[in-house]
Write a protein that binds this ligand. Structure first.
Ligand code: C2E
Ligand code: CA
Ligand code: CA
Length: 654
């Protein structure tokens, strides 16, 4: 059958209806717990009832003088005392059961519940037997039957058997042994027999229906629970389940002195695989990866963390062999021509009490260092990494404070016209000057902030610092120059980048032509339409839009096809090994020609030598930026250099 539903034949359905099926431990536990709860309710009823009976007995027998000794009173009230203690014991047991959930208590619960039900039934029958002899109704018996059959849940075949046996037995007992005060036998009348039989049949039906209902509830609760701890796609545990499993495993290892290690798996090139084989193909690969992990780490905690990331906690001994096996299997999956591999980070457990979810992050960190390193696929977290990792944690924990306290500084790197070397603008570059850890360059914090989706905070701060400084200069008649601001792809995702920039421009009253928007090529891959719209608005408002790092990625030409830029910023990689490299010359020249063709202005970054300057001038590049003209520096340094004549500000900005 489709949808995973099993098809039942008539016999099977009947057997199932009668309760002949196998329950998972979860479902059994669920029902058992419900029964314990019912037992608690019933024990309260019994306790109240018996106390009432005892008080009544004191009134009837002690106060009237019928009972002359304590022994006699005990004799009269023996059954009430027994029931009272059984009720109390059951209540205490039930409450401890629900609270502690200890395995030992679970084991005896079925016996306890059955015993308690039996005792209730027995006393119910006895009381009703004597009631019947006195010509009264057998309410007590019926009450107990209701409790045992309907408040407690039994498999239907047990309910049917039990109720039939009880009903038959009880009436046989009455028919044979009940006598009235005069000693004459009393019988159940034919009319009552029909009533009782109808009653018992109805009771059986009610019991069966409640049982099925409870069973369905338990299955539903189980599937919800499973969904909450399982990764839907691969069926592997999710991270919250992993955390539980790992905690147990670590606890165990403390006693057995086993050394453990966390592994983080990342499928290299998954994105390309996805692009090539589509969503379904990608999902299939993830499912196979899940299966491979399962097979190689049986009985150990593993999970799918997210995307194409998997985590495992395994024994240190021989872990590399297992990883090797996983790698071989995943490479074998790849029958098509897409290159597939895994990158694995490993982190040896140091503190078994630390939160597994956080610990696994060390392994992830080690794995991330292997990106684009073809020859290496596994790396263990070491001391140097630990230093970097701590710095990274520091960055994440302190970015808000750094912004608030003004530790984030903006440095300006000059950009000059290539034909006359006059200053035509600057690029704003962030620095983090921290009183505790010292001076941090962007390489230390930008990638971290991007990875953890915090970059927009920094960028917003840089934009504001730039605008504020510009306002300050305008108010004090100090020189200003166009400044280009770096935008990450995530800025457009994590904040209303255009809106934020506009707000600042309004607040500080900055002419828009003084701000350029630099967008990195890699920023342009995802949401084409959203970004195109943002860029259109920016352009309409009067900002110049620059394509940063052109040529550093893989999709340069595509980017030019899909987006419209005002300026093309050629990445500094082209100027590496530039001297005497004829090909480099040709490539730069043709990029410059292409830009011209597409109606874009040009800038080359990383200009460090006179040779590069001469070439770029000759090749027709509009602007130049690089250490040859100056490293990123504070506004004050730029100002000083303008004063002493090192820089001349282009006339259009004076
Ligand atoms: P980028 O936008 O490509 O910035 C140019 C980087 O190249 C700067 O590094 C700059 O100091 C360096 N550079 C400039 N001229 C030369 C040269 O002649 N030779 C060499 N070897 N390097 C040169 P920096 O300031 O360390 O920034 C690195 C990257 O960090 C930037 O690359 C940019 O992607 C990012 N970044 C910096 N500030 C910000 C910011 O405020 N927001 C965002 N989103 N990213 C920023
Ligand atoms: Ca830039
Ligand atoms: Ca750049």
């Amino acid at each position: 059958m489709e949808n995973g539903k099993k098809h039942h034949g008539i016999i099977e359905s009947l057997m199932h209806g009668l309760g002949f099926y196998h329950d998972t431990p979860y479902v059994s536990d669920y029902q058992r717990e419900a029964n314990v709860r019912s037992t608690i309710y019933m024990s309260v009823v019994i306790i109240v009832l018996e106390i009432w009976m005892l008080i009544r007995n004191v009134k009837l027998n002690v106060l009237t003088g019928k009972c002359t000794s304590f022994g006699m009173f005990l004799q009269y009230t023996k059954n009430y005392w027994i029931l009272l203690f059984v009720g109390l014991a059951t209540l205490i047991y039930g409450l401890i059961f629900l609270k502690s959930r200890r395995k030992g208590l679970r084991k005896i619960s079925d016996i306890w519940i059955t015993l308690f039900a039996g005792i209730c039934l027995y006393f119910g029958m006895q009381t009703s037997f004597s009631d019947f002899s006195r010509g009264r109704m057998i309410i007590c018996f019926l009450t107990m039957i209701l409790y045992v059959a309907c408040l407690l849940i039994w498999r239907p075949y047990i309910s049917i058997f039990m109720l039939t046996a009880i009903a038959y037995g009880f009436y046989q007992w009455i028919d044979h042994f009940a006598v009235d005060k005069q000693g004459n036998p009393v019988h159940v009348s034919a009319g009552d027999q029909i009533n009782y039989i109808t009653f018992f049949i109805s009771l059986i039906m009610v019991a069966i229906s409640i049982c099925h209902q409870r069973h369905r509830e338990a299955l539903k609760a189980e599937s919800l629970e499973i969904a909450a701890i399982t990764d839907e796609l691969t069926g592997l545990p999710n991270m919250s389940r992993f955390s539980q499993l790992a905690t147990d495993y670590l606890e165990e290892s403390k006693y057995t002195n086993t050394e453990l290690i966390y592994l983080f798996f990342n499928i290299e090139n998954f994105q390309t695989f996805n692009d090539r084989f589509g969503y379904n193909g990608g999902n299939k690969l993830l499912r196979s990866m899940g299966q491979i992990i399962r097979e190689n780490f049986p009985g150990e905690p593993y999970a799918r963390q997210s995307d194409d990331h998997f985590v495992v906690l395994t024994k240190f001994e021989g872990y590399d062999l297992k990883v090797g096996a996983v790698r071989n299997s995943i490479k074998y999956q790849n029958k098509e021509e897409v290159y597939l591999d895994i990158k694995v980070g490993a982190y040896r457990v140091k503190d078994p009490d630390a939160d597994p979810r956080l610990e696994v992050d060390h392994a992830r960190y080690a794995a991330n260092l292997l990106k684009n390193r073809e020859e290496e696929y596994i790396r263990e977290y070491d001391d140097q990494m630990d230093k970097d990792y701590r710095l990274r944690q520091y960055v994440l924990n302190n970015i808000d404070k750094a912004i608030k306290e003004g530790y984030i500084k903006v440095y300006y790197q000059p950009v000059v016209w290539s034909n006359d070397g006059e200053l035509c603008g600057c690029e704003a570059l962030a620095r983090w000057d921290d009183p505790d850890v010292g001076f941090l360059s962007p390489g230390k914090f930008i990638p971290v902030l991007e990875e953890c989706r915090q970059i927009h905070k920094l960028d917003r701060c840089v934009y504001e610092t730039v605008c504020k400084k510009m306002r300050d200069c305008l108010d004090n008649n100090l020189p200003i120059f166009p400044t280009s601001l770096n935008f990450s792809r995530l800025d457009f995702e994590l904040m209303d980048a255009v809106g934020e920039l506009e707000k600042l421009v309004e607040k500080y009253q900055i002419p828009r032509k003084y701000l350029h928007v630099e967008i990195t090529e890699s920023a342009l891959s995802n949401d084409i339409e959203g970004l195109q719209k943002s860029m259109r608005i920016l352009r309409e408002r009067g900002y110049s839009i620059w394509l940063d790092d052109f040529g550093s990625g893989y999709s340069s030409m595509n980017v030019l096809k899909d987006y419209k830029f005002d300026l093309l910023k050629i990445d500094m990689v082209f100027l590496k090994n530039f001297t005497g490299n004829d090909n480099a010359h040709k490539i730069i020249k043709s990029i410059l020609d292409l830009a011209k063709e597409l109606g874009m202005m040009t800038l080359t970054e990383g200009v460090e030598t006179q040779e590069a300057v001469d070439f770029l001038q000759g090749a027709g590049c509009g602007r130049l930026q690089g250490y040859f003209y100056g490293k990123p520096m504070t506004y004050e340094e730029i100002y000083a250099k303008l004063q002493d004549g090192t820089y001349r500000l282009a006339s259009e900005f004076i």
